[in-house]
Every structure is written in C-alpha cells, then in structure tokens.
Design a protein around this ligand. Structure first.
Ligand code: URA
Ligand code: SF4
Length: 189
C-alpha cells in the first residue's frame, strides 16, 4: 500500500484538531482521483456529508451537480474536496487553527490530483488557497495565477446560491469559464 490509500486511511483516523470530536465521519472527497483536470474545493462537510461520509451530497451539492451537468462538465473531469474534512459543530465556519491543521491533507490532495484548474467554492476556500484577506464578492469570476502548476477560479459557495438567488447567474458564468478552459485543455473548443 502507500500513496492515496495510505492517505485515506490516515486521514480517516485523524484527530489533529478538535473537529474530530463532533464528527460522525471524515469526509475526504469524491470524484476522479486519477489526475482529473479540475479540483473543486469547498469549506467543510455539512450535516448530510457528515452522516454519509461523502462530500457535497446535501442540498448545496445537488445544486453544484445540476450546474456541472448543465454545463456538461463530465464526472471524470473533476474531484471535489473541502478545506476541512470534519464537520464543524452546527455548520459554523471552521476556525483559523482548524484550517491550518487540516491544510496538509488538502495539500496532499492537490499534489496527487495535479489539477490544471482549482475552483474555490466560497470564502473559506478562497482565503485558504488565494489570500487570507480575500473577499469573495470582490475576487470571484477572475482567474488567479499564483502557481505555474494550476490556475484558480474563485466563485461563490453553492450554499450561498441557495440563500440568495441573485448570485445564481454569476455562479453559473464563473463555472462556465471553468468549462471553457477545461475544453481548451482537452483540445475541444
Ligand atoms: N458544503 C461544503 O463546503 N462542503 C460539503 O461537502 C458540503 C457542503
Ligand atoms: Fe484532522 Fe482535518 Fe478532521 Fe481536524 S478537520 S480532525 S485536521 S481531518
């Protein structure tokens, strides 16, 4: 064994931060792990994700799936992970120290998945991967190039779209930019 399987095993028994105390399941992510072009990064598991041990299976995840399907982004083209792998109590925003403690797991996922495009879903992911002072409403929709390995698209969290329909069009347009870049990478345009 080794590699991804060892990572899953270690991460599943992680107790590095206090979030391990309230979790039912560690949520590692879902999708294609064999170098898909796109990695989506959310915030952390919600109630349904904690129960099922699977990422983005609740209402926000269903909305994300609908948008990906509408834009014909194929399941083999992406993996979806979160900044923290255990559900914060009552879905509170994960604390800075919890994020810092959990980041090595996400870094391992980025290093292994080797995405060309990383999509930050919401403020927590944007702050963790782009800039601690990032305001998602200001930076969303524009490509960020911080590394020679991948480009980053910051956008809203799908849960924000459920709360505020006025954000829906921007979210769709941002994911459409991801789709267009993905098609370029795949040699379709
Ligand atoms: N919200 C997230 O940020 N991640 C999930 O997995 C589910 C909801
Ligand atoms: Fe470990 Fe991350 Fe869960 Fe904290 S949130 S216990 S660091 S896997």
């Amino acid at each position: 064994m080794g590699g991804w399987d060892a990572f899953v095993e270690e991460c599943t028994s992680c107790t590095r931060c206090n979030l391990h105390m309230g979790r039912k399941n560690v949520v590692i992510g879902r999708g294609n792990i064999n170098s898909p072009p796109v990695l989506f990064v959310g915030e952390g598991p919600g109630e349904q994700e904690d129960i099922e041990g699977e990422a983005f299976v609740g209402r926000a995840g269903k909305l994300l799936d609908l948008v990906l399907e509408a834009l014909q982004i194929q399941p083999e083209d992406y993996y979806i992970a979160n900044v923290v792998k255990c559900r914060p109590p009552n879905n509170r925003v994960p604390a800075k120290d919890e994020i810092e403690t959990c980041m090595p797991w996400l870094r391992y996922q980025v290093k292994t998945i080797k995405p060309s495009i990383i999509v930050c879903l919401g403020s927590v992911a944007a702050k963790a991967l782009i800039d601690p002072d990032a305001m998602i409403t200001k930076i969303r929709g524009d490509w960020v190039e911080k590394s020679s390995k991948f480009v980053i698209m910051p956008t809203y969290h799908p849960a924000a779209i459920l709360r505020d329909v006025r954000k829906r069009e921007d979210f769709y347009l941002d994911i459409k930019k991801v789709r267009d870049r993905l098609n370029l990478i795949k040699g379709k345009s």
